[in-house]
Design a protein around this ligand. Structure first.
Ligand SMILES: Cc1cc2nc3c(=O)[nH]c(=O)nc-3n(C[C@H](O)[C@H](O)[C@H](O)COP(=O)(O)OP(=O)(O)OC[C@H]3O[C@@H](n4cnc5c(N)ncnc54)[C@H](O)[C@@H]3O)c2cc1C
Length: 444
């Protein structure tokens, strides 16, 4: 059996390793258009944080490690066309067109930082850094810049703002919502961090939509509304999008040009699977699908596709869009739905926000937690946290609580360890006030 996987990043590599585990005789071929594989997209952030000495260290796997597992890697092999009827793939390698046949195909071509709405955003001087060569280029251009404008106040944009302001760059951040990180947090939860951004001199332009970038001249001009800002460099931190120009018409797409798959990662064509950033996923237990481009989703969908190659055996359990990071002095984490997006569900949702001491020690740090839960059953639907202490791992507990449909009452009974140096008498994730008995701490 020949299994061809297009795209050798998180999703493609996870799929390849899992296929190897399950099908010891399969011929596995990874096709990757870049000259290298396994680059970590925020490698540049790791470098700026001095966690790695150079971008060459920002790799999670090498070609040699894959080849040791008898997985063939064709690098600089850019797929141009798939014929899903005749089961062939055409790709360009070193200027030559090649054709390969498959029995099973996994499409893992991911996404790029693209914007169709901002004119000039595809210009060479508009910096992105998801790929290694883009990051090298961005690094030298940013090194030579005193002022940088970032378009997009999502996780990538806000992390970049933090790291660049530490390098004494003058940072402008343009965001079209009225607060940053809106996908993961409700407005009031992120205010302390936003305040810190302002204190650290970030020129925050909220409620502003970037419309054009003129990047041929120095400084670069970025226009938004009736205003404009000039800076030495501009970073595109907007949503990523897939580029699937090579598909034939038999593979069904969603309106947003992502590939439609079922819960087994099967596309509309037999023996063709799609995984990672080029698909939409089920969000929680709902059947409704959403675009959630995150590494964990890429890896898990890759594993699920590999498990279902021969027969549909393993259902993808959905994503909770779990994230965690440290920015502007705050550890922030989120999983499940926010209160803002709960308005778009059919459920009656309640929320509760509380501040909890993290340890029993004097001067213990606190964490602010927001619980989003079903008003009738009290089943947990979402949680957000912000603290100056590292609470990131707690979000994984709460993600598990959502996946296993725990109620707030179940959480109060959750078994946990006590140690005065590390926990409070009641642990942060146990300390859920009963909605009916809590005092007037409920601000909603
Ligand atoms: C700057 C940045 C930082 C991020 N940080 C995080 C983070 O901290 N945590 C997190 O969860 N997520 C993060 N993400 C999102 C994360 O990068 C993606 O979810 C993840 O990379 C998706 O993996 P993937 O394998 O589906 O696709 P990708 O990583 O996009 O990989 C797709 C691969 O397919 C190849 N390819 C594409 N087209 C073709 C073709 N036609 N022929 C051959 N090969 C092709 C590409 O070269 C690429 O190697 C970040 C994203 C960005 C942009």
């Amino acid at each position: 059996m020949i299994v061809v996987i297009i795209g050798a990043s998180f999703a493609g590599v996870a799929a390849a390793l899992e296929v190897r585990k399950k099908q010891s005789n399969a011929e596995i071929i990874l096709l990757e258009k870049q000259p290298t594989l396994g680059y970590i997209p925020n490698g540049l952030h790791l470098y700026w944080e001095n966690k790695i000495a150079n971008l060459g260290a920002a790799y999670f796997i090498t070609k040699e490690q894959l080849e040791k597992q008898n997985i063939q890697c064709y690098l600089e092999a850019a797929v141009e066309k798939i014929d899903s009827i005749h089961r062939t793939i055409n790709y360009l390698q070193h200027g030559k067109e090649e054709t390969i046949s498959y029995d099973k195909l996994i499409i893992a071509t991911g996404s790029s930082q693209l914007s169709q709405k901002i004119s000039g955003s595809d210009g060479e001087n508009v910096l992105k850094y998801k790929r290694h060569h883009e990051a090298e280029d961005a690094l030298s251009k940013i090194d030579a810049s005193k002022s940088v404008t970032i378009i997009g106040g999502g996780q990538v944009g806000v992390e970049a703002a933090d790291l660049l302001s530490k390098q004494q760059k003058h940072v402008t951040l343009i965001e079209n919502m009225d607060y940053v990180l809106f996908k993961y947090f409700d407005k009031e939860m992120i205010q302390p961090l936003q305040q810190k951004m302002l204190e650290q001199g970030i020129d925050l332009r909220l409620n502003q939509t970037a419309s054009s970038i003129e990047a041929e001249d120095q400084p670069v001009t970025i226009r938004f509304g009736n205003e404009m800002v000039k800076s030495d460099a501009v970073i595109l931190g907007v949503n990523v999008r897939p580029d699937l120009h090579f598909l034939d018409e038999h593979i069904r797409l969603h309106m947003d040009q992502t590939i439609a798959v079922d819960r087994y990662m099967r596309t509309s064509v037999e023996d063709v699977f799609a995984v990672g950033d080029c698909i939409q996923l089920t969000f929680g237990e709902d059947d409704e699908t959403v675009y959630i481009p995150l590494v964990n989703n890429a890896v898990r969908t890759g594993i699920v596709a590999a498990a279902n190659l021969i027969q549909p055996k393993m259902v993808f359990k959905g994503s909770l869009r779990t994230i965690g990071t440290f920015i502007f002095g705050y550890y922030i984490a989120s999983t499940g739905i926010t209160e803002a997006e709960s308005l778009f569900t059919n459920q009656k949702v309640e929320t509760y926000r509380q501040e909890v001491l993290l340890t029993s020690l004097p001067n213990s740090a606190t964490v602010t937690i927001k619980w989003v839960y079903d008003a009738t059953s009290h089943t947990l639907l979402g949680a957000q946290m912000i603290s100056t202490s590292d609470i990131l791992e707690k979000i994984n507990t709460l993600a598990l609580a959502i996946q296993t449909k725990q109620t707030l009452e179940d959480l109060q009974q959750k078994d946990y360890f006590f140690h005065p140096s590390f926990t409070q008498m009641i642990s942060a994730t146990n300390f859920v006030s009963w909605p009916e008995v809590r005092d007037d701490g409920n601000e909603n």
